[in-house]
Design a protein around this ligand. Sequence first.
Ligand SMILES: *Cc1c(COP(=O)(O)O)cnc(C)c1O
Length: 395
Amino acid sequence: MRDFAHEIEQRKQAGLYRTRRLVSGPQQPELIADGKSLLSFCSNDYLGLANHPRNIDALTNALPETGLGGAASHLVCGHHQSHHQLEQRLAAFTQRSAALFFSTGYMANLGVISALAGRGDTIFSDRLNHASIIDGCILSRARARRYAHGDVAALAAMLAETSGHKLVVTDGVFSMDGDVAPLKDLARVCKAHDALLVVDDAHGIGVLGPQGRGSVLAAGLSEDEVPVLIGTLGKAVGTSGAFVAGPAVLMDYLVQKARTYIYTTAMPPALAAATCASLDLIEADDPRRQHLSELIVHFRAGAEQLGYHLMPSQSPIQPILVGGNQETLALSQALEQQGVLVTAIRPPTVPEGQARLRVTLSAVHSFEQVDRLLNALAQSRALLPGSDYQKTVAV
Ligand SMILES: *Cc1c(COP(=O)(O)O)cnc(C)c1O
């Protein structure tokens, strides 16, 4: 039999062993993890809505009306009025004709990509796309080709030499780097080469664009230019689930074909009601996004002054590039000893030799809390010997 224990031991040797922390209490900057109080900079709750009283009230108020469980798939008898209302709300929020509510972003990507591309078709995928997109490509059985990160010219050349149905898929905001895809150029090239563009805006929804409508609307792109817009609801929106938005005919097609929509139980309807409440907050609350962008500027200035390598990101995702796995773990542990939680992100989540601390900021952090992070980083700077650090991260 295959020696699983040995494989785990090898992972430990390579600094790739992964563990889970046990959280108690709600998700918030002051997090109780493994029984310790830590100041957290690693959640995707960018707006602090995961523990917002209005959203919690919306959930508890909906429960007597809807009951708890989803009980059946949407196509059997699980498609509740609350799901329907959320889909209409999501379509309006993203300025699309229609939307479909999925159970998670992972499932949305698997379902959408495998429904829209199949054997004989070609999918073009940014090198740094999320794991769920990569898995969606594999599941589709289409030919998958990766293009260099954000390289629209390389993509255009690949599209030009390919015939048949073409699908281009990209993260809106890249989850481990924080940069935004060149969406306008991608839309133009897709139009020119008759390729269907799919944007997964898991980290843009709620944060970027007018009233938090995401990276696609920040770029001013219509449904015609970006026909398939995917977003998650468990990140900035603070609840759970995901959606796909676009032309009604495409949504109808997905209801027929997306297996991760069809063959799974509908989410608890009360959760859909809570998500509607959260979208109301997002649309109304520019001060929250304003504070967040001030925190981003403050953090970047402080970390760069300390000699840390940041990535070209204007989003709440502010990774500190370290390089080696063990060095990244050591830095993460040094911060934790000072009461600050930033998890180490290692391969295969990021490319080999590009391990990093993925710092994420939230609108519910204070300037004082960001200063605590910067102080902890100042104390730990010695773990990264000057010139070696420069060399390892020269990417
Ligand atoms: C987190 C993430 C997903 C998965 O969304 P879940 O709702 O957490 O399953 C999909 N795509 C990207 C780019 C992500 O960052």
